[in-house]
Design a protein around this ligand. Sequence first.
Ligand code: XIL
Length: 397
Amino acid sequence: MKPSRWIAAGLVAVATAAALNAVPATAGRPYDPTAQSLRALAQRHGLYVGTAVDMAALDNAAEPRYRELVGSEFSTVTAENVMKWESLEPTRGTYDWGPADELVAFARQHHQRVRGHVLVWHNQLPAWLTSGVEDGSIDTAELRRILRDHITAVVRHFKGRIWQWDVVNEAVSDPWDTPSTLHYKGFWAEHLGPGYIADAFRWARAADPNALLFYNDYNIEAFGSGNPADDKTQFVYEMARDLRARGVPIDGVGSQGHLGTQYGNYDTLQVAAALRKFAGLGLATAFTEVDVRSQLTAGVRAGDSAEINPRLQASAANFSTLLRACLAERHCLSFTLWGFTDKHSWVPGAFSDPPEGLATVYDENYQPKRSYQELKADLIFAGPPFVRPRVPQQPRR
Ligand code: XIL
């Protein structure tokens, strides 16, 4: 480096150190971190805080608060549905980019990064595709071409505008599935075999060399027995390790983080250990779909505070567990909520027997809940030496 470069680099280092250690001064007023947004507080750690976005809610003029909060509280956004195959290509060969483009434009206006969700998943596939395979009009060779063309078209369309792509989503079974031995499950594994996973990453990389490519799944917050036959985190870990060993361009593992207060769940150290182990493979990590649902018992529905309070507190504790673990691991790049208000959450629709809800950090009237305050507190009361800025991930060539 030339001397002038050394000086410039030195100044940047000093400025960075100062920014990290100093409390920002506000003319005449003491700095109040509790008045800051999640995104502003996370920035000090180089962490991106995100939410899934429901485009109908974003566009609903009767509900301005939704749009305001997406723009002000978050530094990354994910399309809750509009980048899924059934939305992008409802009719074979005809793409509808409109709603997804709108989200990408919103993100740009609000200086937000975009997580692309999702390229390959067994759910929310268009009927022309699943029925074509079912009736035999689409054979294996054609199905593989269709998948390659879809990945290529979608990744190319958004090229340069997606930070992280969820390339493959939920490819691994759970211990409660049949057979209970963990295996590659679902439409793609059944019709193409597990080789589709490596193919998908290679096709995505060819279409956008700068996007970070993620494998995304749930129930991988912590390691269990260490046996890949019944420990899903271990199964995914070994899958990622094998993909890396074979030179497949995977850059990260996304842990969805769908928790429920009725389960045993994990402590922060267990979750941090899991993130660290993935980082040991040279992978970035992210929490991609965090929410913490609760059973809506008769008491909860009747407004009984003795039933509601423990759930709200357990929910806050679980959000906090995932965020603190992410803060502790420098390769954990983003923390995305799967919706931020109980007014627009997928939980009541997806979990109805028994009914579940209360899964997000703002209530149905957009009032921040205890879980929101705890996330904020975690971002405020964290710093060196144990919480340090993120290490940016470079896409693997
Ligand atoms: C959910 C959406 O939130 C719902 O609106 C939709 O009806 C079904 O899909 N894991 C994922 C997400 O990867 O895409 C799912 O999103 C939730 C579970």
